[in-house]
Write a protein that binds this ligand. Structure first.
Ligand SMILES: Cc1cc2nc3c(=O)[nH]c(=O)nc-3n(C[C@H](O)[C@H](O)[C@H](O)COP(=O)(O)OP(=O)(O)OC[C@H]3O[C@@H](n4cnc5c(N)ncnc54)[C@H](O)[C@@H]3O)c2cc1C
Length: 422
């Protein structure tokens, strides 16, 4: 066990799981992310891209189903173990973490639906997949609506004047989907399915949303070109277009907008806590790089570690890692054990961990000097990736507003009315 992993609450199984996840992060994720980051977006998804061997290995080892329960073929980890594994994976590559997390989105829709037909059709095959051939993505944002999708509690959220452009209408035993999702749909260029948030009741604005699993090989589905981003270059993203796409009625598993609020609440609780874990791993990676470098580099006749200001900076970086870890594990242990989860805990973890990870990546570059900005070291990549996390799954500013809303909205909620999952 590493010095930074001291935690007397971990048992032997937790430690073994952590060590295996770290090996995967170090030996598979980091090299794959490095190679993918050097390619153009088109090359990164081409047939000869290292993405495919990465996905195959990840699926073989089960790292695509970290949050899925054993009953549907998932890893069956405890909430704490999930947090540990996701932190290790975040240490490896935040972009590939999002790739694998997005891959499970449609299967997660099946799980949330509690519909045995969807579990059989999407969730169980995804969890049992060992070759990377079933890949989902999560399509929420649209070209004209990014933060709007998170407007819970805002007056506009229920106004028919402001509403999503991607819409579905019921037609007998089918739903017909038309519209476009934004350029930032993670994993979309290589996805076989998506979990889509789609307007089903225009009279309610954003509150009139339903959710569907959409196989992306259906007639009328198409994709935009993959985009080039500042960070997480190993993660592919693109638009999705739906032109009279027909899905069987049961694929629209959330077909009554009355239930969009608890669904959105659960999505926020779940997705924010995973990004928080990835960011914690990134914060730790930046700390470790700086900690090691300042014990090798000599300036003013002394190792950097002997300079007062470096000691202070390193200690602050260490403190941030521990703070991220504590709040993140708290959120995962809580929201991984109850349904519906508390978004405010996951949002607190996500906003804090992503900001602290960004600060650690910044400080690591300061300690490395010019070397920290060169491609020779991982520090410049950590910095670029950390910046993306401040926007992914909602900007920090927007999420804090949403967190405040849920804090006031759910504070009086009785614990007794919640269902324990474990
Ligand atoms: C790495 C990455 C992965 C992503 N993956 C996905 C994915 O898988 N699926 C998906 O659907 N989307 C994805 N996104 C998109 C992401 O969710 C959005 O980028 C994010 O929600 C912000 O939306 P926007 O970019 O449209 O910015 P905007 O909403 O246009 O915001 C621009 C600025 O205005 C501020 N702002 C917005 N509204 C208000 C308001 N009411 N009051 C005050 N200030 C406001 C914001 O805080 C921000 O500073 C991803 C993005 C990134 C970077």
């Amino acid at each position: 066990m590493d010095y930074l992993d001291i935690d007397l609450t971990l048992n032997d199984e937790d430690i073994a799981i952590q060590q295996n996840a770290h090996k995967f992060a170090e030996e598979v994720m980091r090299p794959a992310a490095k190679k993918l980051g050097q390619l153009t977006p088109e090359e990164a998804i081409a047939d000869d891209s290292p993405l495919w061997s990465f996905l195959k290995t990840a699926y073989e080892l089960g790292y695509h189903k970290v949050i899925f329960p054993e009953e549907v073929g998932g890893m069956g980890l405890t909430p704490l173990q999930q947090a540990i594994v996701m932190e290790e994976m975040g240490w490896g590559s935040n972009g590939l973490c999002i790739q694998l997390g997005a891959a499970g989105a449609a299967a997660l829709g099946g799980l949330m639906s509690m519909n045995p037909v969807l579990l059989e059709e999407f969730t169980i095959p995804f969890c049992n997949c060992t070759d990377g051939s079933i890949r989902g993505c999560w399509a929420v944002t649209e070209p004209d609506h990014g933060s709007d999708t998170l407007g819970f509690g805002e007056p506009f959220f229920t106004s028919p004047e402001v509403r999503p452009s991607c819409r579905a209408k019921r037609d007998g035993k089918e739903w017909v989907i038309n519209g476009q999702k934004s350029a930032w749909i993670s994993g979309a260029p290589v996805a076989t399915h998506c979990l889509a948030h789609i307007q089903i009741d225009p009279s309610r604005g954003f509150a009139g949303i339903g959710a569907a699993i959409v196989p992306l090989d259906l007639p009328g589905c198409s994709k935009g070109k993959p985009h080039e981003m500042l960070g997480m270059r190993e993660l592919n993203q693109c638009e999705l277009y739906f032109d009279d796409v027909r899905i069987p009625a049961h694929y629209m598993f959330l077909d009554n907008a009355d239930y969009y609020f608890p669904f959105g609440q659960q999505i926020l609780a779940g997705f924010n806590m995973t990004v928080a874990c990835y960011a914690t791993g990134l914060a730790r990676a930046a700390f470790e790089e700086a900690f090691s470098y300042c014990q090798q580099r000599v300036q003013g006749g002394n190792l950097l570690r002997e300079h007062y200001s470096i000691k202070v900076k390193i200690f602050e970086m260490f403190s941030r890692v521990e703070a991220c870890r504590a709040l993140t594990r708290r959120a995962v242990q809580l929201n991984g054990s109850i349904f519906p989860g508390f978004p405010e805990y996951s949002i607190a973890a996500k906003t804090m961990a992503t900001e602290m990870a960004f600060q650690n990546a910044h400080d690591a570059i300061s300690i490395f000097g010019a070397s920290g900005l060169s491609k020779e070291y991982i520090t410049e990549k950590l910095f670029r990736d950390a910046r993306e996390n401040l926007v992914a799954d909602g900007t920090t500013e927007t999420l804090r507003k949403v967190g405040g809303h849920f804090l006031f909205e759910t504070y009086p909620r009785s614990r007794g009315s919640m269902q324990r999952m474990r």
